[in-house]
Design a binder for this molecule. Structure first.
Ligand SMILES: [Zn+2]
Length: 279
């Protein structure tokens, strides 16, 4: 038994509150990779036509028509949100924290936490959800579940286009719809989003001055302002705060919190499994 996993296990066990922050590395460790073989197998026809290199950049492709855009996007959503099960690192994490006082903050939009059994009231998915549509111009603050629509678009697309009658339209203004992802100023924060956000800030507030563990999983430098920097600041501010960062190749933090931090530079799936074994 190596030392780090016992230390992580002990920190979680002794914590009065655990704040989990999860980024894209967590889902990549669950097998939901956006590049390489998985991308080539699922998007061969799109790659051939558009020269796409990965699912992340493909999401920004300026499709000339809504029919072409939704042919791509419906498959993207289907692959990453509906045609998947909970990944192992999510299930392992659930076992580690389910009987504790915890909250999840995530930039992931793939619903993996819910699939793994985490209750909605303990999750704040700040950047949106693949499973929701919104008005592209945010003319009203409501989100629409899209499973039925997405499945139909996937089933009926041909030659990289969906039939025009399947193009989603805003029920209020009649304009285009968009996936509820934070990528421009039109991102819709509905009541459930506001509630989750308040749940997160309330959790931090209620647990001030307690033994707080900030467990960061797979957060890169893409949007560090949402999880990473706040976790560093909170660890620094909180007398009994402790920061654990698990991230292959990117496990590091500032000098100021060196005495109250632990860095695990390895695959998240392997790391969480190793911690589970000692608990
Ligand atoms: Zn609208």
């Amino acid at each position: 038994m190596s030392e780090w996993q016992s230390t992580v296990g002990r920190l979680i066990e002794e914590a009065e509150a655990v704040v989990v922050g999860a980024g894209s590395g967590m889902s990549a460790a669950a097998g939901l990779t956006y590049t390489g073989r998985r991308f080539r197998e699922k998007f061969g026809d799109f790659i051939e036509h558009y020269g796409m290199t990965d699912m992340y950049s493909a999401g920004f492709y300026p499709f000339p028509t809504q029919e072409e855009k939704w042919a791509y996007w419906s498959r993207h959503i289907y692959c990453n949100r509906y045609d998947v099960q909970a990944g192992k690192p999510y299930l392992d994490l659930y076992q580690l924290v389910k009987d504790r006082n915890y909250f999840i903050l995530t930039t992931n939009v793939d619903h993996q936490f819910q699939l793994a059994g985490f209750p909605e009231k303990r999750i704040f998915a700040a950047q949106g959800d693949y499973g929701m549509f919104q008005c592209a111009k945010a003319c009203h603050k409501k989100l629409y579940e899209n499973e039925k629509e997405v499945r139909a678009m996937v089933a009926r697309q041909k030659n990289l286009r969906i039939p025009s009658e399947l193009v989603p339209k805003c029920p209020v203004c009649g304009g285009d719809m968009e996936v509820n992802l934070r990528c421009d100023r039109y991102f819709v924060e509905d009541e459930a989003w506001e509630r989750a956000c308040a749940g997160y800030t309330g959790f931090i507030r209620q647990n001030r001055n307690r033994r707080l563990v900030f467990l960061e999983l797979g957060v890169g430098m893409n949007t560090p302002g949402i999880i990473k920097y706040p976790f560093w600041q909170l660890t620094d501010r909180e007398k009994h705060g402790f920061y654990i960062c698990i991230n292959q190749g990117e496990a590091w933090g500032p000098e100021e919190i060196r005495e109250k931090s632990l860095y695990v530079n390895m695959d998240i799936a392997e790391a969480l499994e190793a911690v589970r074994e000692v608990m």
